[in-house]
Design a protein around this ligand. Structure first.
Ligand SMILES: Nc1nc2c(ncn2[C@@H]2O[C@H](COP(=O)(O)OP(=O)(O)OP(=O)(O)O)[C@@H](O)[C@H]2O)c(=O)[nH]1
Length: 391
């Protein structure tokens, strides 16, 4: 996919806009398919529309293909939500070429809390038919609604689904069709984690971004770095050290914290320092106290050499250095001593890093390296944009 980023901002107040076919751009597509009530619309609403998961209980059944153009996001694509009750391969009214011609990923959702025999049958016909039309589609299977299941049952279900699909494809001599499986739920971060991996497959610049993140981490003493799409909280790249759910959740929670602060104080006051020892390593929600940079002296009394003092000095320097642009940044100290460091790369992307307190002492170096990283990322996308225009 060539166009998986968006270089312009759309100032619409809505994250996603349902739009008519006539005005749909030529963007690559992501299809959400699966049986009725498997959770397709809920996934779309929660991930791309910021709907609280509990509100999906009131969603009505989809009756026709819902096409949405994702705006104000780095992930520049259309997402098509299919009604579960229609089998598009039985209906002569639908031309498979129209549907699958320019698809990037086909995501098939299976309800793991229900009997999934029919779903497997539909999955088989869907992938084999779609592959016949467009072999470059990546097929992704979400074994969904696993929030109600025990860990053992989840693993057994995934193994069973994988085994049966593998057998069915082997019987049809179509083993070359590759499916990737994810255990997901809208009630935790698993759905974002799955979408991160799905979207990453569609980003042509991924290896370059990963290399840049590796260089940034190794030269700055950073333990883990994620490049997030700010709107969706999907991470589009990370360094090559293993992803652990806890660090991912902390980083993605940090985006929520910053957005909440931005909503309360306005975009120009986004930078915040964190009171010491207020944040547990695994519990951010509700415990953070944003501190205005103007009156921090009255609120914090750190001794002069403490990390808190350095965080505040750092924030002040940042504010002075970047007073002319509105680049957001934030620092949060966790009670285990680690530091979460967030910097906005552009209006659509944000870098979030996790590093140890000792390594944060070299924050001048980290800031400098971040600026180099930011310039490199901008150049990469500028290069891709030019290449796409030429093509
Ligand atoms: N427990 C649980 N329920 C979920 C999850 N995702 C969706 N649901 C529920 O599943 C029900 C059906 O969700 P929808 O999103 O309407 O399903 P759909 O696949 O779009 O259905 P159609 O539009 O009929 O094709 C809703 O009540 C959701 O709240 C999940 O991760 N866990």
């Amino acid at each position: 996919m060539d166009d998986y980023y968006q270089s312009t901002n759309n100032d619409s107040d809505f994250a996603t806009d349902t739009i008519d076919d006539q005005v749909l751009s030529d963007k690559p597509r992501i299809l959400l398919m699966g049986l009725q009530r498997s959770g397709k619309s809920s996934i779309q609403r929660v991930v791309f529309g910021k709907m609280p998961p509990n509100d999906t209980l009131y969603l009505e059944s989809t009756t026709k293909i819902q096409k949405e153009d994702i705006t104000r996001s780095f992930i520049d694509f259309q997402i098509w939500d299919f009604p579960g009750q229609v089998d598009f391969f039985d209906e002569l009214a639908y031309d498979p070429q129209d549907i699958f011609g320019t698809v990037g990923a086909l995501i098939f959702v299976i309800d793991a809390q229900d009997d999934y025999n029919d779903a497997l049958h539909r999955l088989f016909t869907t992938v084999t038919s779609a592959y016949a039309v467009n072999p470059s589609i990546t097929f992704e299977v979400l074994i969904h609604k696993v929030d109600g299941l025990s860990d053992d049952y989840k693993i057994d279900t995934q193994r069973d689904v994988q085994q049966r699909m593998g057998d069915a494809l082997a019987d049809a001599q179509m083993e070359y069709i590759h499916l990737t499986y994810y255990l997901t739920s809208i009630y935790d971060n698993s759905i974002y984690e799955a979408f991160s991996k799905i979207i990453q497959k569609l980003i042509r610049e991924l290896p370059t971004l990963e290399n840049l993140l590796n260089v940034l981490c190794s030269n700055s003493g950073i333990d883990k770095a994620y490049l997030f799409d700010t709107l969706t909280k999907i991470y589009i790249a990370t360094d090559s050290s293993p992803v652990d759910m806890q660090s991912y959740e902390l980083c993605s929670d940090m985006i929520d914290v910053c957005i909440d602060v931005e909503c309360i104080y306005g975009p120009n006051d986004l930078s915040l320092a964190q009171t010491p020892d207020h944040i547990g390593g695994d519990a951010l929600d509700g415990q953070q106290t944003p501190i205005s940079l103007d009156n921090h002296e009255n609120q914090l009394h750190p001794d002069s050499d403490s990390l808190e003092r350095r965080l505040i000095d750092h924030q002040n320097q940042e504010q002075n250095t970047h007073s002319s642009d509105s680049e957001a940044s934030s620092l949060i100290k966790l009670d285990n001593g680690d530091v979460l460091y967030m910097r906005e790369v552009n209006r659509l992307l944000v870098l979030i890093c996790l590093l140890r307190q000792d390594n944060f002492e070299k924050h001048g170096l980290i800031d400098y390296n971040f600026q180099c990283f930011k310039e490199a990322v901008t150049e990469v996308f500028e290069f891709s944009r030019k290449r796409n225009t030429q093509q």
